[in-house]
Design a protein around this ligand. Sequence first.
Ligand code: ADP
Ligand code: MG
Length: 321
Amino acid sequence: MALSEFDLIRVFFADLGAARPDVLLGVGDDCALLRVPAGRDLAVSIDTLVCGTHFLACDDPESLGHKALAVNLSDLAAMGAEPAWATLALTLPEVDAGWLAAFSRGFSNLARRYGISLVGGDTTRGPLSITIQVHGFVEPGMALRRGGARPGDLIYVSGELGDAALALLSQGGVPVALEALPGVLDRLHRPEPRLDLSARVRGIATACIDVSDGLGADLGHICESSGCSALIRSGSLPLSQAVRDYISATGDWGVALSGGDDYELCLTVPPECREVLESAVAGLSVGLRWIGTVEEGAGVRCLMPDGRVSQVTGRGYDHFC
Ligand code: ADP
Ligand code: MG
């Protein structure tokens, strides 16, 4: 039996994610009614995934539900905000109940893990596209903006860089060692928002961004907003064995320096806060690695293994170039 738009919303998108007392009214009315806790600021971010640009029609819908929410939560993490609510605008070419069930399961499992409630959205017919807006809270003055880095600050990055870019290359036919492939593909299709890390570095980091367009591009945004430059060391970059093997075979540092989709956090701290930072993040499952230093000037440079310093030009993905 064909599902109507309203059945579809009721079956797949009512009561998704965590139940929260600050949701006075969720899915079903003209608006959601939400209560921001007194004395906290609201952080809001939105991201769209378009079929053919950000993912393929044949991609696993459960992973897609996870990723569409994860990339948004990554923005809240980068801002130092604690996640609360999400809305979902879904454009579908047709109603495919199996696809919708898997998509909403992927979304809901991640939402529950981080206590997020889906409070509303919009459902339309057209080329497949997924837009999610997330809302979180942050103490006044505590948001991790891009513009606070100062010369002398240390630059850190979480997790490992380049796996997602390697996964994309492997989908295009570049061979990746078979035993490494599942892990690498997972990093592309099921990124983990670094919210736990973000909560620990709030109040310590001077600037923060999530690496969605590549380290060069995103650290470049910190430099531009902060009015300074960055010098990083290729030898300090946290890389998986698969990425190391790929770089030794090809000499292509682009996966680590300009590859996008890793959703790790890149942040800066004053040198005197180094020990405070390292003890604040001790015990987390994700690591944090010191990769370089903020300097006067502009742009991102990298000390390469041959001793030369290269300008990292990774401009990230530009939808209109
Ligand atoms: P309206 O015509 O007033 O815009 P809709 O028919 O678009 O209302 O939506 C009805 C209700 O279902 C609203 O509460 C809306 O927020 C919710 N909704 C619609 N689509 C989705 C979706 N994909 N996910 C979550 N909630 C949705
Ligand atoms: Mg509507």
